[in-house]
Design a protein around this ligand. Structure first.
Ligand SMILES: Cc1cc2nc3c(=O)[nH]c(=O)nc-3n(C[C@H](O)[C@H](O)[C@H](O)COP(=O)(O)OP(=O)(O)OC[C@H]3O[C@@H](n4cnc5c(N)ncnc54)[C@H](O)[C@@H]3O)c2cc1C
Length: 231
C-alpha cells in the first residue's frame, strides 16, 4: 500500500520531473492488467518513430518504465498496459490511481525497436509487452503482416487480452515453459523466415532463451530485436 508519505513529492523530485494527468484507469475484469490513459498535452506524438518508454514516478524516488501505446495526437492521450500480477511499487501505484490524478515522470525515451518496411513482424513476449506490441503495430504500415504470441501467467489474463486487444493478431500462452515449443512451431509455419523481424520482449530469462533458440535455428542476429523488461 502506498502511504501518504510516499505520495507526497519532494522539491527535488518536482524539479527533475514533468507532469501528465491520468485521464482514465481501466482494470481488466478478468486478469491482472490495468489500462491507464495519460493526457500529455505538451507531447508531439506525430514525431514518434520507435517504441517509446515513459519513466513514471510510482513511489518516493521510485520510477518504473512503462510503454506508451495507442497514442492519439489530436486528444494528446496515450495508453499504458500495466501488469499488476506481482507485488512491486509500480503495480501497487496502479491499483490506487484514479482519473484526474497527476503523474510525475522523468522523461519519455525510445527503444531501438521499430517496424521494418516490407518485413513480416513476429512478436514474441509476455504480458508486460502488450503496450510495446501495440506501439509497434501503430508504427507499422496498415498492411504489415504480424504474428506471434504473448505469454500470460494465467488463463484469465490471457482471456482478458483476447477480449480487450482484438487488434493484435497474437496467440496466447499461459506459462513460460510453453515458449520454446511455441517458437519452434511458429518457425515451422513461417514461409519466408529471411523476410521476418523477430521482436522478443518481457521476462529477461525468456528473452535470452528465445533469442538463443532463434539463433540456433539459423535466424540472423540483425533479424532479432530483443529487450529484457524485468528480472
Ligand atoms: C523499456 C521498458 C518498457 C516496459 N514497459 C512495460 C509496460 O508497458 N507494462 C508493464 O507492465 N511493464 C513494463 N515494463 C516492465 C516494468 O518496468 C517492470 O516489470 C518493473 O520491474 C515493474 O516495477 P514495479 O515497481 O512494479 O516492481 P519492482 O519494484 O521493479 O519489482 C518488485 C519485484 O517484482 C518482480 N517483478 C517485476 N516486474 C514483474 C513482472 N512483470 N512479473 C513478475 N514479477 C515482476 C521483480 O523481480 C522484483 O522481485 C517495461 C520495462 C522496460 C525496461
Amino acid at each position: 500500500m502506498v502511504g501518504p508519505k510516499e505520495k507526497r513529492i519532494s522539491i527535488f523530485e518536482k524539479i527533475i520531473t514533468k507532469t501528465a494527468t491520468i485521464a482514465n484507469v481501466r482494470p481488466w475484469n478478468s486478469g491482472n492488467i490495468s489500462e491507464v490513459d495519460l493526457h500529455l498535452p505538451q507531447v508531439d506524438f506525430s514525431k514518434w518513430n520507435k517504441t517509446p518508454v515513459i519513466k513514471c514516478r510510482t513511489s518516493a524516488m521510485h520510477y518504473t518504465d512503462y510503454t506508451p501505446s495507442m497514442w492519439d495526437n489530436n486528444e494528446h492521450i496515450c495508453t499504458l498496459y500495466i501488469d499488476t500480477s506481482h507485488s512491486g511499487k509500480g503495480s501497487e501505484w496502479v491499483k490506487e490511481i484514479k482519473e484526474n490524478d497527476t503523474l510525475n515522470y522523468i522523461h519519455i525515451d525510445f527503444e531501438n525497436h521499430y517496424p521494418v518496411e516490407d518485413k513480416q513482424l513476429v512478436f514474441l513476449g509476455d504480458q508486460t509487452a502488450i503496450g510495446h506490441f501495440c506501439a509497434l503495430q501503430q508504427l507499422a504500415s496498415t498492411n504489415a503482416k504480424i504474428n506471434g504470441y504473448i505469454c500470460f501467467n494465467n488463463q484469465q489474463t490471457a482471456e482478458g487480452f483476447t477480449k480487450n486487444c482484438p487488434w493484435l493478431p497474437l496467440e496466447t500462452l499461459t506459462g513460460y515453459e510453453e515458449t520454446n515449443q511455441k517458437t519452434a512451431q511458429l518457425l515451422e509455419q513461417l514461409e519466408d523466415k529471411e523476410n521476418c523481424i523477430f521482436y522478443i520482449v518481457g521476462y529477461a530469462k525468456m528473452v535470452v532463451s528465445i533469442r538463443k533458440y532463434l539463433k540456433s535455428q539459423g535466424i540472423a542476429g540483425e533479424q532479432i530485436k530483443s529487450k529484457g523488461f524485468w528480472h
